[in-house]
Design a binder for this molecule. Structure first.
Ligand SMILES: Nc1ncnc2c1ncn2[C@@H]1O[C@H](COP(=O)(O)OP(=O)(O)OP(=O)(O)O)[C@@H](O)[C@H]1O
Length: 244
């Protein structure tokens, strides 16, 4: 079943077509990897879907509900939540408190907030850090905290913006496993922008390739890597971090 439908979305900045007629669908419980060279429009696409930017034209439909142009907090409440590459937790608060703040988007009853936040903290593998202040977390822990804060908002669809950036290969593999488990065990739908091709290939059910604001191709990872246009536009660029 389709959970997210992007219909002919376009966005221009002073005449520059950052997105041109972008259309695709994501099925519930699937992971869509989004790749493309620098400036291809990946971040603009996330901004348009999550409400940070209003598209010039086109529609974004979440679980049958037209969310186009709604403000980000309303889109998040409708079930589409985004993580940011630049993580901004409340540094003086503990891991559990940070996640609790996000849980409050759904309930204000203290006991429920703590119970739900604790569950999410465990789910992302931060159980032993729950009472540590965010400021003391290493980068890999901060990535998990960012993920936990998003999960605490009970998303139907999660947008992940370069969640692996800044991690060494040994830290990437367990995070990838966690994302796969969130799909396979919890049925979470995810869209993720990623430059590390090996991670995209391993995790994605479908890969969307953007080039100059347009969809170059959309398909299963193995089809996409065989597409000569993709090799020329992107893979030929010597993707970084292929060792994951
Ligand atoms: N607010 C803005 N004002 C003007 N131009 C913008 C704005 N945001 C993005 N652009 C332009 O739109 C195009 C797409 O940018 P975008 O950041 O979406 O690409 P990207 O694929 O995310 O790139 P990267 O991989 O470098 O993050 C670029 O040419 C960029 O300069």
């Amino acid at each position: 079943m389709t959970i997210l439908r992007v219909e002919g979305v376009s966005k221009a900045f002073q005449g520059l077509h950052a997105l041109g007629d972008v259309a695709f669908e994501v099925d519930e419980g699937q992971i869509l990897g989004i790749i493309g060279p620098n400036g291809a429009g990946k971040t603009t696409l996330f901004n348009a879907i999550s409400g940070a930017l209003k598209p010039d034209s086109g529609r974004i439909v979440l679980a049958g509900d037209d969310i186009t142009g709604r403000p980000p907090h309303r889109i998040a409440r409708a079930g589409l939540v985004r993580t940011f590459q630049l993580m901004r937790p409340f540094r003086s608060m503990t891991v559990l408190e940070n996640v609790g703040v996000a849980s409050m988007s759904h309930t204000s009853a203290h006991r429920e907030v703590v119970a739900h936040a604790s569950e999410v903290v465990e789910r992302v593998g931060l159980g032993r850090w729950r009472d540590t202040s965010a400021a003391e977390l290493p980068t890999a822990g901060l990535k998990r905290l960012e993920l936990a804060r998003a999960l605490a908002m009970r998303p139907k669809v999660l947008l992940l913006d370069e969640v692996l950036a800044g991690l060494v290969p040994a830290e990437r593999a367990p995070l990838l496993e966690l994302l796969a488990a969130l799909r396979d065990e919890d049925g979470l739908t995810m869209l993720f922008i990623e430059h590390i091709m090996a991670a995209v290939m391993r995790l994605s059910d479908q890969v969307l390739v953007l080039e100059q604001g347009r969809v170059l191709t959309l398909g299963a990872p193995e089809e996409v890597t065989r597409d000569p246009r993709v090799v020329e536009a992107y893979l030929g660029e010597e993707p970084s971090g292929a060792e994951t």
